[in-house]
Design a binder for this molecule. Structure first.
Ligand SMILES: Cc1cc2nc3c(=O)[nH]c(=O)nc-3n(C[C@H](O)[C@H](O)[C@H](O)COP(=O)(O)OP(=O)(O)OC[C@H]3O[C@@H](n4cnc5c(N)ncnc54)[C@H](O)[C@@H]3O)c2cc1C
Length: 288
């Protein structure tokens, strides 16, 4: 099923993000975790590509498994990093053969320690988006950044570039993790003024452990962490259970506020932790 059709048929849409493991032997654990999450009221699940060193080869395998074995519509992430146009043509044909219909088209970033040619086929995600659309019948999503992508000189320029990506064929958008809902509402207003009318789903990253905090700051690309959120970290970082509970409560509060402000969807960065997804979505399941 195309994700754009899910957005057309219901609101709000709930999605989860999972990532392939670094070790091949751990793929089974990820699939078990996805299975555990599949009983929640989710509309689709996305699988990252190469992010955090996860094995990119397994993105398509996991996305295909979600659809075929768990009957969950899936979204396979794909980046431009190191891929030529010929590579990409082959990959898309193989995705199609594996039943993958939805792709999150991303530029990607330079992997640590990599010094080769980074973007031999596509310089920006808009070019990949256009290419995927030319290759056949795929629904394509794109990333967006309510507080500006770190490489952009300004949010207005970033939004101009986002418009190019949407005009190139992006059917829906998924935000960078958001901790301050007000930043998202201001962004949504700017996109509407710019004539960007595709559905936008909001990325929520629950605080789960002290070990995750530095990584979260790195991946958030400078997303504002409100003082209420920072206080939870400083108060509970040495108490894992309290941090998990307070982090889940913060995410629940954020989701309720977003839903009462009529967002198109919530995209939960689950970090493959089904128990956390269960706690958070269990607390708001009747809102979906
Ligand atoms: C929801 C989400 C999921 C992600 N999943 C992954 C993943 O699975 N794997 C992974 O490696 N990374 C992932 N990322 C990270 C992403 O690859 C990086 O943030 C990357 O730096 C930008 O990717 P993009 O697709 O947004 O790039 P783009 O849309 O290409 O934008 C990148 C920069 O280029 C500028 N730009 C865009 N188009 C043009 C143009 N035509 N002319 C001039 N400038 C332009 C933009 O303003 C921006 O500053 C994800 C990010 C998000 C928000």
């Amino acid at each position: 099923m195309f994700i754009k059709d899910i957005f057309a048929s219901k609101k709000p849409v709930l999605s989860f993000e999972i990532f392939p493991p670094k070790q091949e032997a751990d793929v089974r654990d990820v699939l078990n975790s996805a299975k555990d999450m599949s009983s929640l009221p989710i509309d689709y699940m996305s699988v990252t590509y190469g992010a955090g060193g996860g094995n990119s080869k397994n993105t398509a395998y996991i996305a295909s498994y979600l659809k075929s074995n768990l009957s969950i519509p899936s979204l396979a992430h794909l980046t431009c990093v190191t891929h030529t146009k010929d590579d990409m043509r082959e990959m898309l044909a193989s995705y199609k053969a594996q039943g993958i219909e939805n792709i999150l088209a991303l530029r990607g970033d330079r992997p640590e320690g990599f010094s080769g040619e980074l973007f031999p086929g596509f310089k920006y995600a808009c070019e990949l988006t256009e290419f995927i659309k030319e290759q056949g019948d795929f629904c394509v999503g794109g990333a967006c950044y309510p507080e500006c992508h770190p490489n952009s000189p300004s949010l207005d320029i970033d939004i101009d570039n986002l418009k190019i990506k949407v005009d190139a064929g992006a059917d829906f958008l998924v935000t960078q993790m958001v901790f301050d809902n007000e930043k998202f509402y201001a962004f949504r207003d700017k996109l509407a003024k710019k004539g960007i009318n595709v559905p936008i789903t909001v990325g929520i990253m629950p605080l789960m452990s002290a070990g995750q905090i530095n990584r979260m700051a790195l991946l958030s690309g400078g997303a504002t962490m409100p003082s209420k959120f920072l206080k939870i970290i400083s108060k509970y970082q040495d108490n894992p259970e309290a941090l998990r509970q307070a982090g889940a409560a913060y995410a629940v509060e954020q989701i309720i506020d977003l839903l009462s402000n009529d967002v198109d969807g919530i995209h939960l960065y689950t970090m493959n932790k089904s128990e956390t997804a269960r706690k958070i979505i269990g607390a708001v399941s009747s809102l979906f």
